[in-house]
Structure formats: C-alpha cells, structure tokens
Design a protein around this ligand. Structure first.
Ligand code: NDP
Length: 399
C-alpha cells in the first residue's frame, strides 16, 4: 500500500520497524535512516524478511538540507520521526518542502532548555493545512495512546469529562542499580524538571517529585508514583471539552530516586556546558555515555508496565468513573521484537499512527494531536497489534 521513512534507529524505531514489517499489507517498503548507518544495517539484518522491503540510509536529521534529498529520493507517504525531540522542527520543515506527511512521538524541545511545549510545532498548523498534509504529533504511548484513550472516553463513555489522571507504571526490573528505560538524556530532563498540572484553567507548578501517591495497579500491585509534567497535559487540556483538572503520575522506585538525587547533587544531570580537559562537555550527555544503553535492557528486564487513564465525568446526568489501561510484559516484548516494554509501548503506536495516515483513516490536513482524530480505528488496531486495553468502571481513584 505505501512507504514509510523511519528516522532514528534506537529502541523505539527498532520496535516500529519490526511492527511495520509484520504489517506488510500496509507497509510495502520502509527505509530506516539515522545518524549511525551501521545501526540501521544491523537492525535490517534482524528484521524478518517478510514481504516489506527494507532499505537503510545515513542522515543527520538536524540538517534540513540532508533530509530533503533523502525524502525526495525515497518518496515516502509518511516520515516517522523516531529520533529525538530536538529533530522535530527540522524534520517538519523537510516534510513541508517535500510534501510528505509527518509523525512523531515526542514534542519539540530546544536542546539548551528542558522545556516541553507544543507551541513550536502547533505554529506549523497553517503551513501543513495549506499544503494538504497532516502532521500527527505524539503517536507513542504517553503521549499517544493516552490521548486516544481520552478521545475514546469522550466519544463513548461521557457527555463531559471533568478529571483525568494519567498513570504510568513501569514495574520492570533490569537488575542494574541505575539505568533509564529510554534515552537517558530525555528521561532525566523530564524527571528533574518541576512538576505541573492543570486545574480550573490554570497551571499549578510543584517542585520535582513533590507530590507522591501510592496506587494499587492492576496486574502489578502497589507502587509509589509521583506527579510530573508531561506534554500531553497541554494538548488534552485544550482538546477535551469540559475538563477541570488533568494530572500525570509516574512510578519510581526508591533506589532510582536515591541515585538520581545523588547524581543531581554532584551536578551530573546538568545541561549547562562545563570545561573538561580543555573542551566543553554537557554533564548530562556524559552521564548518558556511561549509563547502560536502553536498547541493552531488553533481555534483562522482567515484569510489566501498566499505563492508562482514570476519567471522571458525567454521562446522562450521572457521575461516572472509568479506568482505561494497557498492561505489557517486558519479557513477552523481548521475545517478539527484541526490545523491552517501554520501547514496545511507544513503537507499536508509532506504527499504528503511520498506518492511520497511510490508509486515510485519519485524514485531516494540519498539525494535530492524536486525540483530535476518531479513536475507534486506533483502538481496534491496539488490540490487533500487541497493546490490548481494558476498561474498568469505578476503579480506585487518586486523591
Ligand atoms: P534512542 O536514544 O534509543 O534513539 C534515538 C535515535 O535517534 C538514535 O538512533 C540516534 O542515533 C538517532 N538520532 C539522534 N540524533 C539524530 C540526528 N541528528 N540525526 C539522525 N538520527 C539521530 O531513543 P528512543 O528510541 O528511546 O526514543 C525515541 C523517541 O521516542 C524520543 O524522541 C523519545 O522522547 C520518544 N519516546 C516517546 C515515548 C512516548 O510514549 N510517547 C516513550 C519513550 C520515548 P545514534 O544511534 O547515532 O545515537
């Protein structure tokens, strides 16, 4: 049916490439292009021959002038940006120049400040609309599936949603004292930033990890979780009608937090350059180089993830509460595609998002977040492609 260009070749891209190859009815051909071509070639070797044709290329996605000829030569129906958030704007520019649809899993962040905001990408709305192209933002799990769950709840379960709590629990154990499950730089920037949630039309800021709750996660059990700012709060606060409050919680173990505190205290998580042996280095990037590569955690990680949303609102004049979630098993993911569940839960929705665009099920020119489309075909695809979901009425709620 069509062609997808995958940019980046880390944990998430690897899962997405496996899933595209499993779905050869939609993906006739994929190209995997990244900074380090040898990684793309190694991934190509691992992909099951199947019917999907796979090619690889080298590209520096910070450079629009390198992206344009690559996209022009391959002529994909969609570019799947699975590199890092720093590359979002250059890849969007290249998509506009080549008249190609765009998808990503994380919103743009300027490299010099840890600041997640959609404003830079939303500013492209008119340009994409005028060109008749779609840019689908945040088609991972969170953001991504959490937004699709919200759109589903809005469409089928409520007349009005008043409160959303997004709960992200990773109960996987990789056996290392400290490692991050996805890109360490992005992960640490996220968790060391101030917390923030949205209530009654305003943002309320908290200190990092200031708000803690304990939650009994289905199929996992009780875990400590902490309120963080997460990018989908911004788009959902705008797109879900009647919303009064939205928060995001993520689980962390005591050991993870103790290591992080220590690294922060000695300055290792800083993104301010320092001089080291006569040249400037960024401590957080140096830390990334000494931490285990997230892609190497796959074979070691045991346990499950549970990510979902608790919705409170009103249907036919009655108060209702629902919890929609997915549980994913690290070892099962590893058996299937050679990656742990954090990469799996992101790579599968990236493939599904690309499929929605390529099959025309999601067809709306402009720059949009996932919750702005019909959730039904995406929800069906989640069940089919490895991320089945459950709905529970009257779950335990978070105070
Ligand atoms: P990795 O660090 O494993 O992979 C990133 C890849 O991007 C690497 O292959 C890297 O190349 C490549 N890359 C980086 N810079 C460039 C560049 N300038 N040009 C070309 N390629 C480049 O990250 P993950 O796979 O864990 O994460 C991928 C994305 O998914 C991130 O944006 C992350 O924030 C997002 N994410 C989203 C989630 C969600 O639920 N929505 C959850 C988890 C992640 P090299 O190999 O040379 O370093």
């Amino acid at each position: 049916m069509g062609k997808a260009l995958i940019i980046g070749c880390g944990g998430v891209a690897s899962v997405a490439a496996h899933k595209c190859c499993q779905n050869s009815e939609v993906f006739d051909e994929i190209m995997i292009a990244s900074r380090t071509k040898s990684k793309c070639d190694a991934l190509k070797e691992k992909l099951d021959g199947g019917k999907t044709k796979v090619t690889t290329a080298q590209v520096d996605a910070d450079k629009v002038e390198e992206l344009i000829p690559l996209i022009e030569s391959f002529k994909p129906d969609v570019v799947m940006n699975l590199a890092l958030p720093y590359q979002d704007l250059t890849i969007m520019e290249a998509c506009l120049a080549t008249k190609t649809n765009y998808l990503d899993t994380a919103n743009y962040e300027p490299p010099e400040t840890a600041k997640f905001e959609y404003k830079w990408q939303w500013a492209y709305h008119d340009k994409f609309k005028d060109a008749g192209l779609t840019a689908l933002l945040g088609s991972g799990f969170d953001p991504g599936v959490t937004g699709v769950f919200a759109a589903y709840a809005q469409k089928h379960l409520f007349d009005e949603i008043h409160e959303i709590d997004i709960l992200d629990c990773n109960a996987g154990d990789h056996g290392y004292p400290f490692a991050t499950n996805f890109n360490p730089e992005i992960n640490i920037r996220e968790v060391t930033a101030n917390g923030r949630y949205w209530e009654n039309g305003k943002w309320v800021e908290t200190k990092p990890m200031e708000i803690k709750r304990v939650y009994d996660f289905p199929e996992i059990g009780e875990r400590d979780m902490y309120l963080l700012y997460h990018e989908e709060l911004e788009s959902l606060a705008k797109n879900i009608r009647g919303l009064k409050r939205i928060r995001f919680f993520m689980t962390f173990s005591e050991s993870y937090l103790t290591h992080l505190r220590c690294l922060q205290n000695v300055g290792m998580t800083s993104i301010e350059p320092i001089m080291f042996e006569g040249r400037p280095i960024i401590p957080l990037q140096f830390l990334k180089a000494v931490l285990p590569d997230p892609a190497s955690l796959g074979p070691r990680t045991k346990g499950k993830t549970n990510i979902g949303c608790i919705f409170k609102g009103v249907k036919d004049g009655k108060e209702k509460t629902y919890y929609i979630y997915n549980v994913c098993d690290h070892q099962e993911c590893y058996k299937e595609v050679g990656a742990q569940a954090v990469s799996y839960t992101t790579g599968v929705p990236a493939m599904i998002g690309a499929m929605m665009l390529m099959t025309g099920k999601w067809d709306k020119p402009g720059v949009y977040n996932v919750e702005e489309f019909d959730p039904d075909p995406f929800m069906d695809a989640l069940n089919k492609w490895g991320l089945p979901w459950k709905i529970v009425e009257n779950p335990e709620i978070v105070d």
